[in-house]
Write a protein that binds this ligand. Structure first.
Ligand code: GLV
Length: 306
């Protein structure tokens, strides 16, 4: 039996080390040098080449290297019976929450404005704080933690999700209550999974419904955002700024207009990067669970897409 690591363009070494440390006996094969495809029972993947998973006749489980699984589900050739799991990890959640808190504080304390003032040697003490109310779209493990921590810090918070929720401890809205949700908030955090329902959700129509001057933080996927609509929304004043960690094309091409847009603060998809040492135990655990036909940790619902 063997575990295949398939992550073209990403260094597999930290994963190999973390997994071997926990289970030195486990045979690991790394794409593209998979010599015994018939031995592969678990595939640990990040943006695998489409169709490749059907090369492994004894595959029992597909595990994402991260929290997202859109990069797996885009492959329509994955056999129906194959379970898919994702990483839910405290360290991943902690990093994501810290990033979002930074974005919220950036807007609340207007750091972008003060950086621009510093460049121009401007001393402007007017209106040093913007009152913020934060709306988090996507209330899974990551979104929930963001809501909890921001609430603890004293910010009014509101959640939005795609399914009904009972006894949710924060004000909660479903997709069909989007306008009500947008009426409450002036910071939007996108932490939605990428599915056909959520692709392009952040478009001009959406921005028109936001309170004037809303601040956007997108830490989910580039495809949630219609990028030219963001520029239009900034120019029309629907939005006052944005902090982005994800883009439709990554790395962001040099010719992209976002590079020169002062109102957008950008980071290169680093908001929360899976730490292989922290995540490897659940990969091994799921390997054992699938072999004993036991319920898996962090299983993905293929219909829902997360
Ligand atoms: C990162 O983007 C992840 O899905 O973990």
């Amino acid at each position: 039996m063997s575990l295949a690591i398939i992550c073209p363009g990403k260094d597999p070494q930290p994963w190999i080390q973390a997994i071997s440390k926990l289970d030195p006996e486990l045979n690991i094969q790394v794409y593209p040098s998979i010599e015994r495809p018939e031995d592969v029972e678990v595939a640990l993947v990040w943006q695998h080449p489409e169709g490749i998973l059907s090369d492994f006749p004894n595959l029992k489980l597909v595990s994402s290297m991260g929290a997202g699984v859109d990069h797996i589900l885009r492959d329509s050739g994955i056999p129906e019976h194959l379970p898919i799991v994702r990483i839910v990890d405290e360290k991943l959640t902690w990093s994501m929450t810290n990033y979002v808190v930074m974005g919220v504080l950036n807007f609340h304390r207007q750091i972008t404005r003060y950086q621009a003032d510093q460049k121009r040697k401007v001393w402007d003490m007017s209106n040093p704080e913007i009152e913020v109310k934060v709306g988090v779209m996507g209330v899974g493990a990551l979104g929930y933690d963001v809501l909890e921590k921001l609430d603890f810090m004293g910010f009014p918070v509101f959640g939005l999700g795609f399914s009904e929720k009972k006894d949710f401890p924060f004000p909660y809205y479903t997709k069909d209550q989007m306008e009500l949700f947008l009426d409450q908030v002036n910071v939007i955090v996108c932490l939605l999974p990428l599915t056909p329902d959520t692709e392009d959700i952040l478009d001009l129509e959406f921005f028109k419904k936001c309170k004037k001057g809303t601040y956007l933080i997108n830490v989910a996927r580039g495809k949630h955002l219609v990028e030219e609509d963001l520029l239009e929304a900034l120019n029309r004043g629907y939005l006052s700024g944005a902090m982005l960690d994800v883009y439709r094309t990554e790395p962001l091409p040099e010719s992209h207009p976002f590079w020169n847009e002062e109102r957008i603060t950008m980071t290169p998809h680093i908001a929360s990067v899976t730490n292989p040492s922290a995540a490897a135990p659940q990969v091994i655990e799921n390997f054992k669970l699938i072999k004993s036909n036991s319920p898996l940790k962090n299983p993905v619902n293929r219909i829902k897409g997360y």
